[in-house]
Design a protein around this ligand. Structure first.
Ligand code: SAH
Ligand code: SF4
Ligand code: F3S
Length: 446
């Protein structure tokens, strides 16, 4: 192992997260924890004393990326930073990682990262530094409080893990069983985020709408409590499972003003035999009825979904059922993937795996439909005014970029406005991925 210039104890760090928003959240918490240990954030991986690769195992491509990323951390003089592999690849592959590459010093799973400082000490002492435990006590209590928010939007993990065991998915194995964080801890963290500058909070969970506590409270109760937090202006949540979409949560979309009109509800396929083989435990019809209910109480809601094409045994007719479901729903946004067989999952062992070329063809067809639906959704907002939360500077001078209530990116020239401002914008044009708007006050003044 060559590591000539690595300091004994790292003083600077760089965290890079891949995969879902929960990983982004974990990455932020790890950075805050390392900061609280007296370390400072480095510009990039190559200049850092220590790099945390917070990985994703959901599809083969995502998982394999880790190894090429590790390779890129070798500096010209042959040295490298201390490297920690965290996240779902760490959980899934564990000691395999250090067997496969000599460049990794620490392997830490998603439920054990509060122990990162101890693992760093171990690595400095040259001891094995691997922790993929799933302790009964949650890691959250062992983490420092939330730091000042660099952005007006913040993530807050409220639920972790998954008990659904869809036959293609690694999450139940990498994240463990479903757990809900306690009510008070969540509200305290939300208040700290708002005190630190957050205007919008997105509640996160692999199955966020499965959140619940032993007093019978559900996600909608939590949302209603957050609605009463002064200074918080917008609430979102993701990702939901159709089976946990309760009437209480649907009603919250009608009644809670701060809850934004956006629902990400993955369906994966529009074909019942495929849904059954996926162990999704909802049908095409039960999913569509749910969306009808949501649209009844909140007609303007933006709906988004996840789709997998090429699940084992997917026939042309099955795929056509997915396409017809997409046309029927008219999504505002969607994520779509080619099925990727994952080690240890039942679907990887199923007969009738689909040829990659056919998956490519189906994915292309599906994405063409989704893009055209997205454009149609966005075009329907042209001419309307809505509040936009400014999140960052745009690419052009004077341009700012923010989000509409329906999570669309809106580009706007708003002189005097700043990041974190909520401005009223009239939408003037729309593309498939973003909108352009004009400040309403500005127009009136002109
Ligand atoms: N808990 C969420 C999201 C899980 S992962 C849910 O149940 O919807 C995000 C998405 O990745 C899934 O919705 C699914 O569309 C996709 N995905 C998961 N496993 C996959 C696999 N083996 N191959 C391709 N896509 C996959
Ligand atoms: Fe994976 Fe299914 Fe759980 Fe979502 S519900 S995380 S797709 S097993
Ligand atoms: Fe990936 Fe793990 Fe999230 S596998 S999608 S990082 S839960």
């Amino acid at each position: 192992m060559t590591r000539p210039t690595t300091p004994k104890t790292p003083r600077t760090f760089h965290v890079k997260s891949f995969g879902c928003q929960m990983n982004v959240y974990d990455g932020e918490r790890m950075a805050e924890m390392l900061g609280a240990q007296g370390m400072t954030a480095a510009e990039d991986g190559l200049s850092a004393d220590m790099v945390v690769l917070n990985t994703c195992h959901i599809r083969e491509k995502a998982a394999e990326k880790v190894y090429s990323d590790i390779g890129r951390l070798r500096r010209e003089d042959g040295s490298r930073p201390m490297i920690a592999v965290a996240g779902c690849v760490a959980q899934a592959e564990g000691p395999e990682i250090t067997r496969r590459t000599k460049m990794v010093d620490i392997v830490v799973g998603p439920q054990a990262y509060h122990r990162l400082p101890e693992l760093v000490d171990k690595a400095v002492r040259g001891e094995e530094a691997l922790d993929t435990d799933m302790p009964a006590a949650s890691k959250f209590g062992a983490l420092p409080g939330r730091a000042k928010q660099p952005r007006p939007t913040a993530f807050l993990t409220v639920q972790e893990g998954c008990d659904k065991f869809c036959t293609y998915c690694v999450v139940p194995y990498t994240r463990g069983a479903e757990i809900s964080r306690p009510w008070d801890a969540i509200l305290d963290e939300a208040k700290a985020l708002v005190d630190g500058g957050a205007k919008e909070i997105t509640l996160l969970g692999q199955n966020v709408n499965a959140w619940g506590d032993d007093t019978g409270r559900g996600l909608h109760d939590l949302i209603r409590a957050l609605d009463r937090v002064d200074g918080l202006q917008r609430i979102r949540y993701t990702t939901s499972h159709p089976n946990d979409m309760t009437d209480g949560l649907i009603a919250a979309h009608a009644e809670v003003e701060k809850l934004m009109p956006y629902l990400h509800l993955p369906v994966q396929s529009g074909s019942d035999p495929i849904l059954k083989a996926m162990n999704r435990s909802h049908t095409r019809d039960s999913y569509l009825r749910l969306l009808d209910k949501v649209r009844t109480v909140r007609p303007d809601i933006a709906l988004s979904g996840d789709f997998i094409v090429g699940f084992p045994g997917e026939t042309d007719a099955d795929f056509e059922a997915t396409m017809s479901l997409i046309r029927e729903v008219g999504y505002a946004y969607a994520f779509s993937f080619k099925y990727s067989p994952r080690p240890g999952t039942p679907a990887a062992e199923m007969a009738n795996q689909i040829a990659p070329e056919l998956m490519d063809e189906r994915l292309k067809q599906l994405q063409t439909q989704i893009t055209s639906d997205q454009l149609a959704f966005n075009q329907r907002t042209v001419g309307k005014s809505c509040p936009v939360l400014i999140e960052k500077a745009g690419r052009k001078p004077g341009q700012l970029v923010g989000k509409s209530p329906w999570l669309q990116s809106v580009h706007v020239y708003a002189e005097g406005a700043q990041i974190g401002d909520m401005v009223n914008v009239e939408i003037v044009s729309a593309g498939p991925n973003s909108l352009a708007g004009e400040l309403v006050q500005q127009k009136e003044a002109a």
